[in-house]
Design a protein around this ligand. Structure first.
Ligand SMILES: *Cc1c(COP(=O)(O)O)cnc(C)c1O
Length: 218
């Protein structure tokens, strides 16, 4: 199947409020152009250098919205602010504060999701629920960022029922935070190729799909 055919199949399953983000790590610029020609405007990358090099080659496509989804090291934060419209992977208070300062310095206001870790997973970054509540007052002072929602990546090996329950917990957490603060967490960035239908069922507003659009990499 071509990228266009795969995208058509996926789109038929999506409610209109769900934003489809194409994840293009290790995907060639030619394949990105094919997805663009099929109507995709949201693209996500998880490595800054790879992303910036592709962005330069795609500079003629002015209406792409770029999403950063990888773990962000402090010394890379400035590039993330300069090169991305959305940062989904703000996974601790220090990095959020740094992004806020850099955004102010550059007169930019990137949209940000807070990456949360609902199930403890030593291999994954993210805020634990208690950390997030403890950080709320600090987060509210980060006025140069548009903090829009929560993002999560699930650990491997969960059953369908566990996946659905965990995505629902992320939605509940966003709801609890909205009640306690003026943070407007209406976006839920969750769901990848293997679990996006469950994520949508649980209330995802943005899904991040790689393999199911571009095929498995060898
Ligand atoms: C790679 C990646 C995806 C896409 O995963 P697929 O299984 O290829 O759909 C989504 N989110 C993040 C954070 C990723 O790193």
């Amino acid at each position: 199947m071509t990228i266009a055919q795969r995208l058509n199949q996926i789109r038929q399953q999506l409610p209109s409020h769900v934003r489809l983000i194409a994840v293009t790590k290790q995907v060639s610029v030619a394949q990105i152009r094919a997805a663009y020609e099929s109507g995709i405007r949201d693209f996500a990358e998880s490595h800054l250098q790879e992303a910036i090099s592709k962005q330069e080659q795609l500079d003629d496509l002015k209406d792409i919205c770029w999403h950063f989804i990888g773990h962000l090291q402090a010394n890379k934060a400035k590039k993330a602010v300069l090169h991305f419209n959305w940062i989904h992977s703000a996974d601790n208070l220090k990095i959020v504060q740094r992004l806020n300062r850099l955004a102010a310095e550059s007169s930019l206001s990137p949209k940000v999701c807070l990456q949360v870790k609902i199930l403890s997973d030593p291999n994954k970054y993210g805020w634990e629920e208690e950390e997030l509540f403890a950080g709320l007052s600090e987060l509210k002072t980060c006025k140069s960022l548009k903090i829009k929602g929560l993002m999560t990546i699930l650990p491997l090996g969960l059953s369908q029922a566990e996946i659905l329950a965990t995505f629902k917990k992320v939605k509940d957490l966003a709801h609890k935070i909205k009640k306690q603060s003026n943070l407007d967490l209406n976006q839920l960035s969750m769901g990848m190729s293997g679990d996006y239908l469950l994520a949508i069922q649980a209330g995802a507003t943005m899904i991040r799909l790689g393999r199911i659009i571009f095929g498995e990499k060898d």
